[in-house]
Design a protein. Structure first.
Length: 179
């Protein structure tokens, strides 16, 4: 019996060591990650529907009821890249938060006003800027590192602004997406 207990104790200690190593690796990975889901930071990527093209001159970022806590953490001056979801799947520009969070009627009851810093562009995919983000249901915002933000800014600056004809086309194309 003592031999079996000794074997079990050794096994337990070995498993405990392995678990500590894995936890350390996971912690290191999380802290070095270039993004975090549904968190607020200086630079963020906001997922928006293609309906954004219907209010391109007055952009806002809306948040569902289950993301109230995230929305209330937003402050004027923070930066939000706008990522237009399917079928576009591209970051089209950079905005700054221009208002405190306010309660509004509609599908997205928490909202902030935005102002363009980098006007709408044809856009870059997440993969093109080296982000391994796969937006899922429930994701609305990704905080990103300053280095990754500067990389996205450089990619957007390499493109021309969308002209008025293209904006009109996108407005018509996605009019069913307006909320």
């Amino acid at each position: 019996m003592d031999d079996r207990v000794s074997v079990l104790e050794k096994s337990f200690l070995e498993l405990n060591k392995r678990m500590n190593i894995l936890e350390a690796q996971l912690s290191k990975h999380k802290s070095s990650s270039e993004y975090q889901t549904n968190t607020v930071s200086k630079h963020m990527i906001k997922l928006v529907y293609p309906g954004i093209f219907g209010r391109i001159n007055e952009p806002t970022a809306g948040f569902p009821s289950n993301r109230k806590k995230v929305a209330l953490q937003l402050a004027k001056g923070q930066f939000m890249f706008l990522y237009v979801t399917s079928p576009e799947k591209k970051i089209i520009g950079l905005t700054t938060v221009a208002s405190e969070c306010k309660r509004v009627d509609g599908r997205w009851p928490y909202s902030v006003d935005l102002e363009w810093v980098i006007n709408p562009k044809p856009g870059v995919t997440l993969a093109e800027v080296g982000l391994d983000i796969r937006p899922r249901v429930g994701d609305t915002l990704f905080s990103i590192t300053d280095d990754k933000a500067h990389q996205i800014i450089a990619a957007l600056h390499s493109q021309d602004d969308l002209d008025s004809n293209t904006l009109k086309y996108l407005f018509e194309k996605y009019k069913d997406f307006y909320d």
